[in-house]
Design a binder for this molecule. Structure first.
Ligand code: SDX
Length: 427
């Protein structure tokens, strides 16, 4: 196979290098295209454009494969823990026992946030969407820790990583408590990462709160499944913002904003609201399938379809099984799950979805588990953000360590040609 592509423009032929990845993915390197030819490429939504070379996560959308640093998601979900997966994604290898112990210790001992953060909460209306509050609070960490994230200063970079992994669950739980008018719960160092979050979310000063181990395990697994997903919208936002060398806190806050969108991480909230609407409408699944197929309806089957997966999203399969297990363990029978399964079967047997290779994605079942463990619907995307945090951090760290330049895409201008200013009395 030739190691370059040829392109002929205005009678001249140019050669562009071919790049082949570890798993055989092929790219044409157009780094020098504009200098050589005066042409740029156009690719709205970057459906055909690779923004970088990365060693962190591999997806095969046709085969439904997802691996973090080469390890299949199915094995990590079954055998690993969220903090071990965070270490793997960020530092690139499975930690030895001592390394993991130190990492867990560092994260555990940075879970407190500055008491002045409470003043920021008091400025928000109680009905503010938690993603907007979380974004503001993570951005505020740049004020409490104004040290520039100099990528060469590994001590500061690692400390910033510990602080983010440790404090974001605290900020998220405090956001929820503030919206309920409840006193916040301080983190407890003797609890695991997931158990600590559940404690901060659901403990009340008036009674003891015992974390259900089934729920804590399910939550840890959900966080693993959300931890990274190569160059998705929010991760690309973190890399783009980070390429201007802002602090890691600011780059993560940008990622939180992008994740909030209903076409991206906001879909898990939309899925639950859609399922609830179908239930309220008498469970008429067929009607909603037809609506989703009607371009004029403006309605999409939320939790279905994916830019990369044209087969089952492997995460959806694992979450669906976890969903059954958690509901059974909690003795919960949620009619929403029946509607979800009926909707899935109807869509998977409908030519519209089959032709467009639309399968359930990570967001289709996750909300049902969150609901079963008591997480309110408007906190679902916050859960996604907590899970995605190590992936965002890993991708930012890789981009900075690789010394990537500031991201500054080109454009093709299609506006007015030059024209002279017209005084207002002549318009
Ligand atoms: C996440 O990128 C990632 O990796 C994201 C993520 C991660 O881990 O970071 O996996 C997390 O964001 C999962 C996706 C969550 N979003 C949703 O569930 C929202 C519903 N799904 C879609 O809106 C859509 O499928 C996207 C946004 C996920 C993907 O959109 P694409 O790749 O741009 O595809 P498209 O919009 O061009 O759709 C192709 C066709 C269109 O029909 P035609 O114009 O060809 O006739 O499929 C149709 C679309 O109308 N279509 C849907 C549909 N999704 C696509 N029709 C009905 N319901 C849907 N859900």
């Amino acid at each position: 196979m030739s190691n370059f592509a040829e392109i002929t423009l205005e009678g001249k032929t140019y050669q562009l290098p071919i790049v082949i990845g570890t798993e055989g993915e092929k790219a044409i390197d157009i780094t020098k295209l504009r200098d050589m030819t005066g042409y740029i490429t156009l690719d709205s939504g970057y459906k055909n454009t690779g923004a970088t070379k990365s060693a962190i996560t591999f997806l095969d959308g046709d085969k439904g494969i997802l691996r973090y640093r080469g390890y299949p998601i199915e094995q990590l979900a079954e055998k690993s823990s969220f903090l071990e997966v965070a270490f793997l994604l960020i530092y690139g290898y499975l930690p030895k026992a001592e390394e993991l112990k130190k990492f867990v210790y560092e994260v555990t001992t940075h879970t407190l946030v500055n008491e002045d953060v409470k003043k920021i909460y008091s400025g928000f209306p109680v009905n503010a969407h938690p993603m907007g509050v979380l974004c503001a609070l993570v951005s505020s960490l740049s004020a409490f820790y104004p040290i520039p994230t100099d990528i060469k200063n590994t001590e500061i970079v690692d400390l910033t990583i510990y602080r983010l992994l440790a404090k974001v669950p605290t900020l998220a739980a405090w956001t929820y408590k503030n919206s309920q008018g409840h006193p916040v719960n301080y983190p407890k160092n003797n609890l695991s990462y997931a158990a600590n979050f559940l404690h901060m979310m659901f403990s009340l000063p008036v009674e003891d709160y015992e974390v259900n181990p089934v729920v804590a395990d399910a939550l840890d697994k959900l966080l693993i499944l959300h931890a990274d997903h190569e160059q998705n919208c929010s991760t690309s936002t973190v890399r783009l913002a980070g390429s201007s060398h802002v602090t890691l806190y600011a780059a993560i806050a940008a990622g939180i904003s992008a994740l909030w969108g209903p076409l991206h991480g906001g879909a898990n909230q939309e899925v639950l609201e859609m399922l609830e609407a179908i239930r309220a409408d008498g469970g008429n699944v067929k009607k909603y399938i037809e609506k989703a197929k009607d371009k004029n309806s403006g309605f999409r089957l939320m939790g279905f379809g994916h830019r990369v997966y044209k087969n089952f999203d492997p995460r959806a399969k694992i979450i669906k099984k976890a969903c059954d297990d958690v509901l059974k363990a909690l003795g919960v029978h949620d009619p929403i799950l029946d509607i979800a399964q009926e909707l899935e079967q109807a869509a998977l047997n409908d030519s519209y979805f089959i032709e467009r290779k639309l399968y359930p994605n990570v967001d289709f079942y996750s909300g049902i588990i969150y609901k079963a463990i008591g997480i309110p619907t408007n906190m679902f995307t916050v859960m996604f953000a907590i899970g995605r945090l190590p992936g965002w951090i890993a991708q930012w760290r890789e981009m900075r360590l690789d010394g990537e330049p500031i991201s500054r895409p080109r454009q093709i201008y299609i506006g007015e040609k030059q024209r002279d200013y017209v005084p207002i009395d002549q318009r």
